[in-house]
Structure formats: C-alpha cells, structure tokens
Design a protein around this ligand. Structure first.
Ligand code: ADP
Ligand code: MG
Ligand code: ZN
Length: 417
C-alpha cells in the first residue's frame, strides 16, 4: 500500500474488502471520523453501516452502536469479527459467556465496536460502564426509531440524547427515512436541537420508470399493464385484502402465474408465497403493504399500485422494490377520488394525536402533489427528499407533455367533496 494513501481508503480495502466508496460514503466517513456530529440519510442498501464501522476503527477507544434489532446487531458483529475487528454486542440474546467476553474486551481496551440494544440504556449499570469505557463515538442506526410519529418508534431511543450528554462525545445518526418532520425530530431528540452536519444522499433510482394514471377501471388497467409485461416478475399493491385475491384471480384467468399475499393469511401460506416469488421467474404477487420486509428479490421488473399508497414515503418504498439489480424496471400508480377520500378517512379515523395526523396528511398530500405534477415526476419526488435533479426523461411526464394528461378532474372532485 502506498504511504500517502489516506487511512480511510486503506481500511476500506484491507478490512472491508471494497475497492471504492459508494456515493456519499467517503464524505460521511471523513466527517464522522473527524468527530463531527452527523446525520446521514441514505436509502436502504446505500451502505450506511460502513459509515460508522469504518470511522470506529479510525477513532480511539470504543464506538457504541445503538440499533433496534438484535438480529441485525448480531449479523454486523459476526461480519466485523470475520474481518478481524474486535466487536461485540450486549443484548438480551447473549449467553453469559458472550457477555463476559464483551466486558473483558471492553476492560482491556481492545473492543472497537460495542453494539447495544436500546433498552440497555435504561440500566444504571450500563451507563456507569459506558462512562468509564473510553467511548469516543456514538452511532445510532435506524435513527428514525426516535420519531414518535413513525411506525418504528422505540421509546428507549429517547434515552440516547441523555447518553450523549453524559459521555459528551460526537454522535452520528443514520436513517433511510428522509421526510422533514422525522429529520427535525432526530435533531431535537438526539442532538438537543443543535443541527448536526447533514448528508442526504442518493435517493434516485434512475432505472425505475415512474408513471401515474387516473383510475378508470383498475382491474382492466392492471390487466393490460401485466399483459404488456408477460413473464416478468411484478408486484401489484392493493388497498384491501379482498382486492389482492380478486386481481390475482383475474391475472390467472388471463394466463399469468399470479398469487395473493396479505396479513390475513396463515404465516405458512405467506412464507410459501415469499419463497415462490424468490425462486420463480415471472410470478406476479398481488399484495397489501404486508408484502415488504421479506421481499429481497433483485429482478422485480415492475410494480403497479391498483390503489394509491398512503404517503409519499410508502410510495417510494414500494416502487423501490423494483429493479434492485439496476436493470430497467417500470412502475405505475393508479389513483382516483375514492382513494384520496379513503386515505384521508383512514388518517382521521386513526387514534393518532393531532400533530401526528397533520404530519400524515402532509405525507399523503405530498403524494397527491406527485400524482398531479405538471413536470418531471422524479424531480418532484427527489425534491421531496431534498435532492435537486434535472428532468429525468424516464417518467410518463417527461415522455408525454402534461397537457395531454388529465388526472386533475378526479382530484378536484375529491377535494371539494
Ligand atoms: P444500509 O444500512 O444503508 O441499508 P448496508 O450498510 O446494509 O446498507 O449495506 C448494504 C450492502 O452494501 C452490504 O452488503 C454492504 O456490504 C455493501 N456495501 C457497503 N458499502 C460498500 C462499498 N463501498 N462497496 C461495495 N459494497 C458496499
Ligand atoms: Mg442498515
Ligand atoms: Zn421525468
């Protein structure tokens, strides 16, 4: 290795085995290693873990990593150990031997990364131990879990701010959730309102075509969309369980391999669909939003929404399941006045407190803004996530002038209803 090579690059190759940083990673690593407070927002799969794991090796002492899922923590610890890094986790899943080994490594100063389950922070013993352990950095993975208005809220995340004050060390927070309210909450709760250096990176998925259509006859529209994409794997997201079954049947009647998936099915049946989808080429799954977390198929060629998603974040996540392999993929979202009314009613009828409801309406309205956009949809979508972009040439509005497109009437009716 040449002498003048910066240490970050050396660790990147020697420890992690990567040739180069992904977009954004290099700057984030530099800021975190340099001891700045950082909030980094990168899409799922963007490579956030490296952005705290690598700086942890560059900083003195130990980095505490707070992460919401024991399985994820154990997975990262295993990966780090295989790479020769001294890392450990303190979670409820530990054997006494594992916990002893972590304590020993902490005491003899060899531990570089300590993964901590958030509920551990409530423990006075843990706090004392951390105060004496030579912590030089706190990394918070899935930092949106601190947001009380989000679905992943973890009350114990609220203790992280206290930990930061006690240890008085830099904190780096990572999330894939980019909306402004969540960002503000992260800044308030993790950084005491002192704006950290913020990185917002790479939300564009240029290989995915974006398109919206007013909903006329959803079943016919979905059938013709699928017919033009025969033998390609796709997902049809539906607003109700009944509709997943109805559309799956219509697709089968039309000669497609198709099945349905929703939260009302037995766990075994759901797993069966997940496995079939992963294995089989060209299967179409008609699903509610329950079909998500477990879907890790790289070659999904299209995603259609038979009904409008509940928010712009949900839309981005759901279309984002297409084309993970980077090859061209297409999406179509249908929407009409009934969708808008239904989504509004769902927000209003929920038990959420008023400011949460206001935020949910905001996220739905942002999606309606996208549905009604007059210019490039990707530009509008990325602008929501804080990114500037030129017109993409890969959305329906870039391809077809907006004058020819009339979805506005449906929305106007709904708004005045
Ligand atoms: P995120 O937490 O942002 O969803 P991960 O940290 O889990 O993403 O990383 C996703 C994948 O990308 C992992 O398999 C990881 O090993 C890989 N990865 C991360 N950084 C790089 C890089 N610089 N070069 C190649 N692969 C990378
Ligand atoms: Mg991650
Ligand atoms: Zn465009």
């Amino acid at each position: 290795m040449p002498k003048d090579q910066p240490p970050a690059e050396a660790f990147l190759k020697d420890i992690f085995g990567f040739d180069s940083f992904r977009p954004g990673q290099g700057e984030i690593v530099e800021a975190v290693a340099g001891g700045e407070n950082v909030l980094a927002i990168m899409p799922t799969g963007g490579g956030k873990s490296l952005c705290f794991q690598l700086p942890a090796l560059m900083r003195p002492g130990v980095t505490v990593v707070i992460s919401p899922l024991i399985a994820l923590m154990r997975d990262q610890v295993r990966g780090l150990r295989e790479a020769g890094v001294v890392a450990g986790a303190l979670t409820s899943g530990n054997t006494p031997e594992e916990t002893d080994a972590v304590w020993d490594a902490l005491h003899d100063g060899s531990l570089k990364l300590l993964y901590l389950a958030p509920e551990r922070l409530a423990n006075a013993g843990t706090q004392r131990m951390l105060a004496e352990a030579g912590v030089s950095l706190i990394a918070v993975d899935e930092a949106h879990c601190v947001s009380q208005w989000g679905h992943d809220f973890r009350p114990d995340y609220l203790r992280i701010g206290e930990l930061r004050r006690m240890l008085d060390v830099p904190l780096a927070a990572f999330t894939a959730t980019a909306d402004v309210e969540t960002q503000q909450e992260i800044v308030t709760r993790l950084f005491d309102g002192q704006a950290p250096r913020t990185f917002l990176r790479g939300f564009d998925r240029p290989n995915i075509t974006l398109a919206f259509q007013p909903k006329n006859s959803p079943r016919t529209q979905i059938l013709s969309y699928a017919a033009a994409r025969r033998s390609q794997s796709g997902i049809v997201y539906c607003g109700t369980r009944a509709k997943t079954e109805g559309i799956a049947k219509a697709l089968r009647d039309d000669g497609h391999p198709a099945c349905h998936y929703h939260g009302g099915m037995e766990a075994d049946d759901r797993r069966h669909v997940e496995e079939r989808f992963a294995r089989e080429d060209g299967l179409i799954v008609c699903a509610t939003v329950a079909f998500g977390m477990g879907v890790d198929k790289p070659d999904i060629r299209w995603v259609a929404h038979a009904d409008l998603p509940k928010s712009i974040e949900a839309y981005y996540q759901e279309i984002g399941r297409a084309g993970r392999d980077g090859a061209p993929a297409e999406t179509l979202t249908l929407y009409g006045p009934d969708d808008i009314r239904l989504r509004r009613a769902q927000i209003d009828e929920g038990n959420a407190p008023p400011d949460r409801r206001a935020a949910d309406h905001g996220r739905l309205n942002a999606l309606l803004g996208l549905a009604e956009a007059q210019g490039c949809r990707r530009q509008a979508l990325l602008a929501y996530f804080g990114e500037k972009a030129a017109p993409c040439g890969n959305c329906d509005l870039c391809e077809t002038p907006p004058e020819l497109f009339d979805g506005t009437e449906a929305v106007r009716k709904a708004l005045s209803a």
